[in-house]
Design a protein around this ligand. Structure first.
Ligand SMILES: NC(=O)c1ccc[n+]([C@@H]2O[C@H](COP(=O)([O-])OP(=O)(O)OC[C@H]3O[C@@H](n4cnc5c(N)ncnc54)[C@H](OP(=O)(O)O)[C@@H]3O)[C@@H](O)[C@H]2O)c1
Length: 262
C-alpha cells in the first residue's frame, strides 16, 4: 500500500503564500511535514497568516514584492539561510492590472504583468536551482491559469500572454533538469473566488461590460462542472507533485479547471 505523503525534512518556498492558493499550498505542505517560507507584499497579512497557520518555527514569512528582482532573490536567500536549503519552489504570486484591449493597453500594465507572472518565476527558479542542482532533488510548481493555454476573455491580453510564457518556461526548466531529480510543472486553475478575484474581478467585469456576478458565473459556465474551482483542489495536486509519487511527472501543464479547456 502507498504511504501517505511524507515531506518531513523538505523545505518549501511559496511566493504569495499569505492568502488564497499559495496559502492553501503552504498549509498542505506543512501538514505533510515540510518547513515552509511564504512571502507577500503586506507584512500585516504575513503576520496574520502566521498566526492563523499556527505552525511555530516550521513556517516563516518574508515580506517582499515579486515584481522586484532583489526581493525575489532575497526571499530565496533568506529561506536557505533559515532552513538550510530549498527543495520545493512554488511560483504562485501573479496577476494583472490595467484591464484593456491591446490597442489601449499601457506600457506600464504590460511590463508590470510581465514581472508579476514571468520574470518573478525566472528570478526565483534560477536562484533555487543553484541550491537544488547539487543535491539532485527538487520540485518546481508554477501556478499558471486556464488563460495560459487559451484566449477566451478579452481585455486581459497581458495576463494571457505571460501565463502562456510561464508554461513555456515550465517546460524549459523541466528539459534542462530532468536528469537531476528536479521536476518542473505548471498547474492551471480555473476560476477560484480568492482575494484576487474579489479585488480585480470587478474591474475586469466592468471592462467587459458585465457585472462581477456575471463575470464569476462566466468561469463556472465555461467549465464542465458548472462551478468555480477551490483552493483545496489546487493544493491537493501540488502535494502529489511534491511527493515521490510525482517524480515521473515533469514539463506538464496540469489543469485544475473542472473541464474548462476541453
Ligand atoms: N483565483 C483565481 O481564479 C485564479 C485562477 C487561475 C490562476 N490563478 C493564479 O493563482 C495565483 C494566486 O492567485 P490567488 O487567486 O490565490 O490570489 P490571492 O488570493 O489574491 O493571493 C495572492 C497572494 O499573493 C501575494 N501577492 C500578490 N502579489 C504579490 C507580489 N507582487 N509580490 C509578493 N506577493 C504577492 C498576496 O499577498 P500581498 O497582497 O500581501 O502581496 C497573497 O498572499 C496567481 O498567479 C493567479 O494568477 C488564480
Amino acid at each position: 500500500m502507498t504511504e501517505p505523503v511524507n515531506l518531513k525534512g523538505k523545505v518549501a518556498a511559496i511566493t504569495g503564500g499569505t492568502r488564497g492558493i499559495g496559502r492553501g499550498i503552504a498549509e498542505i505542505l506543512l501538514s505533510a511535514g515540510a518547513s515552509v517560507a511564504i512571502n507577500g507584499r503586506n507584512p500585516g497579512k504575513g503576520q496574520q497568516a502566521l498566526k492563523e497557520i499556527d505552525a511555530g518555527d516550521k513556517v516563516i514569512f518574508i515580506a517582499g514584492d515579486v515584481t522586484k528582482q532583489e526581493d525575489v532573490e532575497m526571499f530565496i536567500g533568506k529561506t536557505i539561510e533559515r532552513f538550510g536549503k530549498i527543495d520545493i519552489l512554488v511560483n504562485n504570486a501573479g496577476g494583472a492590472k490595467g484591464f484593456a484591449p491591446i490597442s489601449e493597453l499601457s506600457d506600464e500594465a504590460w511590463q508590470e504583468t510581465a514581472s508579476w507572472i514571468l520574470h518573478s518565476a525566472f528570478w526565483a527558479t534560477r536562484a533555487a536551482l543553484q541550491d537544488m542542482g547539487p543535491r539532485r532533488w527538487g520540485r518546481i510548481i508554477n501556478i499558471s491559469s486556464v488563460h495560459g493555454t487559451q484566449a477566451s476573455k478579452e481585455n486581459v491580453p497581458h495576463y494571457i500572454t505571460f501565463k502562456h510564457a510561464l508554461n513555456g518556461f515550465t517546460k524549459a526548466v523541466a528539459l534542462e533538469n530532468g536528469t537531476k531529480g528536479i521536476t518542473s510543472n505548471a498547474i492551471s486553475p480555473g476560476g477560484i473566488e480568492t482575494d484576487l478575484m474579489t479585488e480585480s474581478g470587478p474591474a475586469a467585469a466592468e471592462s467587459a461590460g458585465i457585472t462581477y456576478e456575471e463575470y464569476k458565473e462566466s468561469y463556472a459556465q465555461d467549465s464542465a462542472i458548472k462551478r468555480l474551482n477551490t483552493v483545496e483542489e489546487v493544493s491537493g495536486l501540488s502535494l502529489f507533485l511534491c511527493s515521490d509519487m510525482g517524480a515521473g511527472i515533469t514539463g506538464a501543464i496540469l489543469p485544475v479547471d473542472g473541464g474548462t479547456v476541453l
